[in-house]
Write a new protein. Structure first.
Length: 322
């Protein structure tokens, strides 16, 4: 059945209705038990046989069941089955209908600021809940954030999440976890990913939604790594003149190279977004910006400057005005 073992039409008490998506790790199916509809995430059989991937499956199940928040897709339970001698490992999750932020961006090109602020506000609420449960997502990107038909943001896919205090390490030395265009600089260094890592990824997501451009989506791997480590993207407001100074500064803060220079937590960022231009963080940042502007030296000019060579254009403007 669409990639699932052909004669498997049930997993646990759920009827397997149809495939709704697939990826490198497995596929997702719509499952149904009477009126109840769920998403069944099935891990590819060849991966389920490998102890390390089976541990990762269990880790995702634990992480997903820890978080109960309206902005996070919840894992209800997990199970294993067998067919034709092959193991079938599956997660039972909330079935959420909607579209990813990638789909929204493809349609709009750039997301209007009012909608962008609402997306950021709800995403940070969900991200705060994930972090407060002791989990680092490590793979936040437009494909992993849904917007439902009733305009609610839902974060999904904790497949490479890290749980604080976990006794086993599932990522080998030198092995990368995440998505390169959204990876924080510390993910390329010998530094453990923390909540600030997710904030950086969120900054890249919001920057891409605001400008229609991801500055770290480059052709060669060394160029991507160098850009994350060394290159500061142009301010979002320079790419999209309709973006407010407030939101542009929020994105600049999220994209800071050092984790300590980003927001202290997703909860604090949520509060800043909720307060908007009246947030103490913005009042302080905008004051610093004005003081920096005043401190710039005045360049002396020896004579008064005049416009030259624009007589024809000025005359045309005057005629139009009259």
């Amino acid at each position: 059945m669409n990639g699932l073992t052909a004669n498997i039409d049930r997993l646990g008490r759920y009827e397997v209705v149809r495939e709704v998506g697939s990826g490198a790790m497995g596929a997702v199916y719509l499952g149904q038990d009477g009126p109840e509809r769920v998403a069944l995430k099935v891990i590819h059989a060849h991966l389920a046989r490998e102890p390390r991937f089976f541990k990762r499956f269990e880790r995702e199940a634990e992480a997903g069941s820890r978080v109960r928040h309206p902005n996070v897709v919840r894992t209800l339970l997990h199970g294993t089955s067998a067919a034709e001698g092959q193991p079938i490992c599956y997660l039972v999750m909330e079935f959420v209908e909607g579209r990813t932020l990638r789909s929204l961006l493809s349609e709009l090109g750039t997301v209007p600021e009012a909608l962008l602020r609402e997306i950021a506000l709800q995403t940070t609420a969900g991200l705060a809940a994930i972090h407060e449960a002791g989990i680092v997502h490590r793979d936040l990107k437009p494909e992993n954030i849904l917007i439902t038909h009733d305009d609610r943001i839902r974060i999904m896919d904790l497949g490479v999440a890290r749980i604080e205090g976990a006794t086993s390490v599932l990522t080998r030395d030198g092995e990368f976890s995440g998505s390169l265009p959204y990876a924080a600089p510390e993910q390329f260094q010998d530094v453990r990913a923390g909540p600030a890592t997710d904030l950086y990824a969120l900054g890249v997501v919001l920057y891409e939604l605001a400008t229609g451009h991801n500055p770290f989506r480059l052709d060669a791997l060394p160029a991507v790594i160098h850009a994350h480590l060394e290159s500061t993207p142009p301010r979002a407001a320079d790419r999209n003149s309709e973006l407010s100074p407030f939101l542009s500064e929020v994105l600049a803060c999220l994209l800071a190279k050092q984790p300590g220079e980003r927001f202290a937590s997703a909860r604090l960022l949520h509060e800043v977004l909720e307060a908007g231009e009246s947030a103490p963080w913005w009042v302080s940042r905008s004051r610093e910006g004005r003081e920096e502007e005043r401190d710039r030296p005045v360049v002396p000019v020896r004579r008064e400057t005049r416009l030259h060579g624009r007589g024809t254009e000025l005359a045309a403007l005057d005629r139009c005005w009259q």
